[in-house]
Design a protein. Structure first.
Lengths: 370, 177
């Protein structure tokens, strides 16, 4: 049956079908609908999960860690300050190699107090060892959440995965949603280092200078091994359910002279800007980054690149722009736009492309270039 | 069909968001693509609020707000005292007002029906407030935005009380043309 759902409901639907044994979460705008819906599924018996209503996000992640280390599937969701409050524990989750899946509804950080979309919250978690993926439609939120469990729990990965969706513009928009029967697309979790009462062992003990770096390297090795695991999961998803996803979503990139690179809903609306620019005779394309970690290989050779950052690293620049400069050894026109839900339309994006100045930075709505 | 953009004006708690959802769902049942989104500001019960619906034959990739709607729906005529509901409405665009009396907007196609009266007559009242978001689907069907069948189907999927369908049918019959 054709359904209509918000991004938040799409997360909850996918989580229901992934059947985690434990969900621990604390509500925060604009994530609240996710945990409300999951709590309702648990209350009505549609989900058999244990729902732990905790007193904070730090405790939510701690509860997921405690549950996950026993070898069961876990899920949580948060946003903005909630994510930052988890920060100590998100590092722990990755370091302990626990395949926790989390939805983060991207929202700005206060003050000024603001509940609208921005990516700086998730990007402050960039170096924790979590895989990060950014969705742009309600359908993609649902599909990616299902894939996240399979990828996180794969024996070559065993790292947590964060699915990101823009606050309000994706979390609260209602779009068509096709749900699927995942069946054995998500195999049962087999955590090799799960606690076993018959074979007691300790975790989190002192790890000296002669050992610690090996565990760090192991996280990086798994991050690299995650690349083929993600590719296989996406290919298998397309084969079974007919919807195709990549590390990026490339729209009219092949013969393009200039690319708009963005994440989340901006990356989807950019496709409208591309169509309009093409009508004007400007050969534009859109490359929407889905997976930020592991960071994809991008083919930007011979093209101008306009990066739209809905985030910022003070004293340095747009975070995505910097990642692309460093990884792809190319200079970009860096546009800082959409902070705290600032309205940015496809018409604004066509302007960014038309007036691009490679090597410089534009703060949209603020005077001038830097 | 080019993309059709609708802006719904109401007050917080009157069901404008649900009206947007029902309209989008009905359009999807008609075989179209549709998205619905509320504009989230510092809204609270009773304050003027806005929701948006886009309908197209193609998948909809636009997330930014609607600036030039094809149709404006006013669920509560009293918001017109403080809000310019006509802002950005395309030349020759349509305006629908929940009102027993005819409203005139020069240069625009205006229609009206008394949704509040219909809701009260059908005893479609929750917590003392008449329900407007299901009867308005009847008016939208009369305008040809959605089919009658899809309007009813969408209402029945979200509400089990048949009075919602009856109210929509009444709005369809009684609407000015």
């Amino acid at each position: 049956m054709k359904k209509i759902a918000t991004g938040n409901k799409a997360v909850a639907e996918a989580v229901k079908q992934a059947r985690p044994e434990v969900v621990a979460a604390y509500p925060i705008t604009p994530q609240t609908e996710v945990v409300e819906q999951i709590a309702e599924f648990v209350t009505t018996g549609e989900m058999k999960s244990r729902y732990i209503a905790v007193e904070s996000e730090h405790s939510a992640m701690a509860a997921c860690i405690g549950a996950s280390i026993t070898g069961v599937r876990t899920f949580t969701a948060t946003s903005s300050h909630g994510l930052l409050y988890m920060h100590e524990m998100t590092n722990w989750a990755a370091g302990a190699r626990l395949p926790i899946v989390m939805a983060n509804i991207n929202r700005s950080l206060g003050p000024g107090w603001n509940i609208w979309a921005e990516h700086t919250d998730a990007l402050q978690e960039r170096d924790t060892g979590w895989l990060q993926v950014y969705a742009s439609t309600v359908q993609e939120v649902y599909d990616t959440t299902l894939m996240a469990f399979r990828i996180a729990e794969h024996k070559d990965v065993l790292l947590p995965v964060m699915i990101n969706l823009d606050g309000f513009s994706l979390s609260h928009i209602m779009q068509p949603l096709d749900t699927v029967e995942p069946g054995d697309f998500i195999p049962p979790l087999n955590l090799p280092h799960a606690l076993d009462v018959k074979n007691p062992a300790g975790y989190g003990t002192l790890t000296g200078p002669d050992q610690y770096f090996k565990f760090r390297w192991d996280i990086e090795r798994s991050m690299r091994d995650a690349v083929p695991v993600i590719r296989t999961a996406q290919d298998e998803f397309a084969k079974r359910f007919g919807r195709k996803y990549g590390f990026t979503e490339d729209y009219r990139c092949e013969d393009a002279d200039v690319l708009i690179v963005a994440m989340g809903t901006f990356g989807k609306e950019a496709e409208v800007a591309v169509d309009n620019l093409r009508k004007e005779g400007i050969k534009a394309g859109s490359m929407r980054i889905r997976w930020l970690r592991p960071f994809p290989v991008l083919d930007l050779k011979g093209k101008d690149v306009v990066v739209i950052d809905r985030d910022y690293s003070f004293g340095f620049g747009g975070i995505l722009a910097n990642e692309i400069r460093a990884k792809c050894k190319t200079d970009v026109y860096s546009v800082i736009a959409g902070l705290g839900g600032q309205e940015v339309t496809f018409e604004d994006m066509t302007g960014f492309v038309r007036n691009r100045r490679p090597g410089s930075e534009l703060w949209f709505g603020v005077n001038g270039h830097v | 069909m080019a993309m059709f953009e609708i802006r719904i004006h109401s007050r917080g708690g009157q069901g404008g968001v649900t009206a947007a959802r029902l309209l989008a769902l009905a359009a999807i049942h008609d075989g179209k693509y549709a998205t619905a989104c509320p504009f989230y500001g510092a809204e609270r019960r009773g304050a003027p609020v806005v929701s948006y619906v886009r309908i197209d034959d193609q998948p909809i990739k636009i997330y930014s707000q609607i600036k030039k709607p094809d149709l404006v729906i006013v669920l509560d005529a009293s918001v017109m005292d403080t809000v310019d509901v006509m802002q950005g409405l395309k030349a020759g665009g349509k305006v629908f007002v929940n009102s027993a009396a005819k409203k005139e907007f020069a240069g625009f196609v205006t229609s009206h029906v008394d949704l509040t009266g219909i809701a009260l007559r059908e005893n479609l009242v929750v917590a003392g407030a008449p329900i407007l978001n299901t009867p308005v689907l009847g008016a939208l069907a009369k305008m040809g935005i959605i089919s009658v069948e899809s309007a009813k189907k969408a209402i029945r999927e979200m509400f089990s009380d048949e009075r919602n369908v009856k109210a929509a049918e009444a709005a369809y019959k009684e609407m000015s043309s």
